[in-house]
Write a protein that binds this ligand. Structure first.
Ligand SMILES: [Zn+2]
Length: 248
């Protein structure tokens, strides 16, 4: 083999070796970068998609008082909220649109309740949504006077607290029969949806079914409409605040 041939083969080997090295280093770098990104970077914070989760459904009525089922109130408020958010230009994804439980949508093992919750988390996490709201009704059997809306959040995302405060304040401002209900601050809560969602969100307890007066309010279409408007206003406030934070 001539000296020139050996030189050409060596150069080829060196170039191939360098190419492979560059590819491997780039791949390792990208892998480390992805691993280091906070979860919130995986979704588009401005996707314009909001998930609404009407709590319970089907076999699971939620809290029940005087024949009134929480699941029905949750669904009605959620459908009203959907209309308001769509009027604001958002695309809304509902975890359920009728009286059904969701355990059959989950491929994972577990109790019926756990499978139902897993299905809700899957919908929240797989629609490129920028936030979710899970709509519920509250109960307090030891204090039947407890009333007012309560928003639950956790600190998985820094946005959660802002969202919770914006929605809570709007709900606190509702005036029904000429007066406000009890004013609350949002509360940190240990909820499966909040703990497993990959996007910001909040659990909204719209009112106490265990409070006689509030149960009557919740049975009124006009009050459920007030609740839906307040939540939409809270979401709007949050989105404006988020934009302000983004641009700062
Ligand atoms: Zn509930």
């Amino acid at each position: 083999m001539s000296y020139l041939k050996i030189l050409i083969i060596s150069r080829c080997k060196i170039i191939i070796f360098l190419c492979i090295t560059v590819i491997v280093i780039t791949a390792i770098f990208m892998f480390l970068q992805i691993r280091n990104l906070p979860v919130s970077e995986f979704i588009d914070p401005n996707s314009g998609i909001i998930v609404i989760d009407p709590g319970h459904g089907g076999i699971d009525g939620g809290t029940t008082r005087q024949g009134i089922l929480e699941k029905d109130i949750n669904l009605d408020i959620s459908q009203k909220l959907k209309v308001y958010l769509e009027q604001m230009g958002y695309k809304v994804v509902m975890t359920r649109e009728n009286d059904m439980s969701l355990e059959n949508l989950s491929g994972k093992d577990g109790t019926r309740h756990q499978k139902d919750l897993n299905a809700r988390v899957d919908i929240i996490n797989s629609n490129n949504a920028q936030l979710f709201l899970s709509i519920h009704g509250n109960c307090h059997v030891k204090n039947l006077n407890a009333d007012g809306s309560l928003v639950f959040f956790n600190n998985r995302f820094q946005q959660n607290k802002t969202l919770a405060y914006c929605v809570q304040r709007a709900l606190n401002n509702i005036i029904v029969d000429g007066k406000k209900r009890t004013i609350h601050d949002p509360v940190e809560g240990n909820y499966f949806l909040l703990n497993n969602a990959k996007i910001p969100g909040a659990i909204v307890e719209t009112g106490f079914l265990t409070n006689e007066a509030e149960l009557r309010y919740l049975m009124r279409d006009s009050f459920r409409d007030q609740i839906a408007i307040a939540i939409a206003q809270g979401v709007y406030k949050y989105l404006v605040e988020q934009k302000r934070v983004d641009y700062d």
